[in-house]
Design a protein. Sequence first.
Length: 133
Amino acid sequence: MTKYVFRGWVWTFGDDINTDYMMPSFTPKGLSLQERTKYCMQAIRPEWSEQVESGEIIIGGRNFGCGSNRPAANILKLLGLGCLVADSINSLMLRNCINLDFQPFPVRAYKAFKEGDIAEVNIETGVVKNVTN
């Protein structure tokens, strides 16, 4: 596979996933970004950040990354996620993903996946496949 193809386990998140979920403001002051990763999605999926493995993929619904302009993409990248695919990605989140070299892929794919499926995402060709089914 080339650097433009990501293949991995799918984590699904629905519509309107706020950057506050990914990079909560309640984290203790003075923590490094790496230390903050353990709080990612804690408000809606406790312990999720401890379950994520390198190369896995988020498939989201509409308006993924809405909310503040926190560089939440950095947290997703530090968790080792391969890429982000979402029906739509908030413009600030999209820009942060690009700036932080975490591959965003806005394509309507959410309904084609369930959590635990294996996705193959080809950034170069624009093809997103559910390898599981």
